[in-house]
Design a protein around this ligand. Sequence first.
Ligand SMILES: Cc1cc2nc3c(=O)[nH]c(=O)nc-3n(C[C@H](O)[C@H](O)[C@H](O)COP(=O)(O)OP(=O)(O)OC[C@H]3O[C@@H](n4cnc5c(N)ncnc54)[C@H](O)[C@@H]3O)c2cc1C
Ligand SMILES: NC(=O)c1ccc[n+]([C@@H]2O[C@H](COP(=O)([O-])OP(=O)(O)OC[C@H]3O[C@@H](n4cnc5c(N)ncnc54)[C@H](O)[C@@H]3O)[C@@H](O)[C@H]2O)c1
Length: 479
Amino acid sequence: MDLLDTDVAIIGAGTAGMSAWRAARAHTERVVLIEGGVYGTTCARVGCMPSKLLIAAAEAAHAVRGAARFGVHAGPPEIDGEAVMRRVRAERDRFVGFVLETVEGWPESLRLRGEARFIDAHHLQVGEHTRVRAARVVVATGSSPYVPPGWRETLGERLLLSDQVFDWQTLPASVAVAGTGVIGLELAQALHRLGVRVRLYGRGGRIGPLSDPALQARAREILAEELPLCADAGDLQLRREGGEVVVGAREGGQLHEERFDYLLAATGRRPNLASLGLEHTGLELDERGVPLHDRYTGQAGDGHVFIAGDAAADHPLLHEAADDGRIAGDNAGRYPDLRAHPRRAGLTVVFSDPQMMIAGRSHAELCAAGVDFACGEVSFEDQGRSRVMLKNRGLLRVYGERSTGNFLGAEMIGPAAEHLGHLLAWSAQRGDTVRQMLDCPFYHPVIEEGLRSALRELNRALHMGPPPVRRCMDCGPGA
Ligand SMILES: Cc1cc2nc3c(=O)[nH]c(=O)nc-3n(C[C@H](O)[C@H](O)[C@H](O)COP(=O)(O)OP(=O)(O)OC[C@H]3O[C@@H](n4cnc5c(N)ncnc54)[C@H](O)[C@@H]3O)c2cc1C
Ligand SMILES: NC(=O)c1ccc[n+]([C@@H]2O[C@H](COP(=O)([O-])OP(=O)(O)OC[C@H]3O[C@@H](n4cnc5c(N)ncnc54)[C@H](O)[C@@H]3O)[C@@H](O)[C@H]2O)c1
């Protein structure tokens, strides 16, 4: 057995682990990064990047189909599944290549390969032959797709996980997608637009992460116009018949069955903690098996273990994983002289079409915290620039605090939500008042003019501004 003594051991060389490695190295040279799978990160290999590549191809097909509405006739798009997947894989490999270049450029003596597990609070077994004694440990083990009990056994190789999609050589003819969370929505819509016969099945009627009831309702309407969707299918009844999957779903009390080549389980992800031996650390775990921890320091309990990224299960997003890693790595490096790091404003974007976003504090968070807030909203159906571009579907709701006039947060389904989300998250983080936001310039004609309408309504609802003028000509026609 090889024995290695280190100041900081980091388990997992994903985004969080790599950020943690860099931050810890600012304090000590003795930092070892342990990876049990392949280098390259979930984001680049099977997450953010390849999913957006698939969505980009789908958007191209959708634009061709929609061109006739502008009087531009291109005929029905011909989708070459092999070419679509070739580009997805090639660009994915390019992104992965950048990550490999970075991590493989780090000194080999500071990297270990093998699955790590705690033997006790300071010792890790790595693979069969290495034992690490670490003064501090950062757990950055990421998350994996969750599959409901029995589905693997019933469906065998006809069950797909999102990780597999981006290695396809071509597009399949039909896929049932289970789960109306972010992954289910993004992949189901992309496959549908690429000519795959898709049905998206959910439970309880909820679509994506939007928490404002008005936005949930609008999102369901908009997506159901395009996508075959059973948002409240209850427990799916699945069986395998030959090379097909038969999906039974209850709709209005009736059982409807449909056959597909595959079922894609987009039924959530769970932190990779179950086989980490956390029971040997003495840490207190929550009901999901995640060590109780402080988001501002990354510290689990009050000792020498830190946690970051999807493993911490707070906000399983790329930018949060990178921030978590920096915070946990910095504190593992400097332990016991910890620093609390302020967190950025919340920002979530769903790359559906129309996109969704939550910026600052969500409607649900404000309600749960008992904040006294008012809402303003704008529908994009009649919004000038959105109509010009035939992207005039959606709803934006903005929230402001009654006692201060401070902007608190927003939720949206609609055009350019990824960009409006950034503007609004930045305002929330700066602590802007709604008035200050309205004092900023708005060009004409732009989608941001829709945001201005919502902010004017909010200012009025806060009793801090006049009623918005209908068809305001100072704002330009259709603003
Ligand atoms: C399909 C999909 C699309 C996504 N799209 C977006 C998006 O558009 N925007 C966004 O912000 N986020 C997106 N995400 C989420 C984002 O990818 C994750 O939040 C982020 O990659 C998590 O990084 P991480 O470092 O925590 O985990 P990872 O990158 O998964 O790293 C964890 C590492 O730990 C290793 N490991 C696990 N257990 C052990 C062990 N016991 N010993 C040693 N090593 C171990 C794993 O092999 C892995 O390499 C998406 C995710 C998916 C799945
Ligand atoms: N654009 C982005 O930023 C992006 C994209 C993809 C993933 N992600 C991240 O990855 C995380 C995981 O995404 P996800 O979509 O897997 O999880 P999720 O938690 O967002 O959604 C899981 C969905 O599966 C449903 N579900 C669970 N069990 C089911 C069952 N038995 N039958 C039918 N439906 C069932 C749930 O009701 C839920 O709607 C997200 O929370 C997000 O943080 C982000």
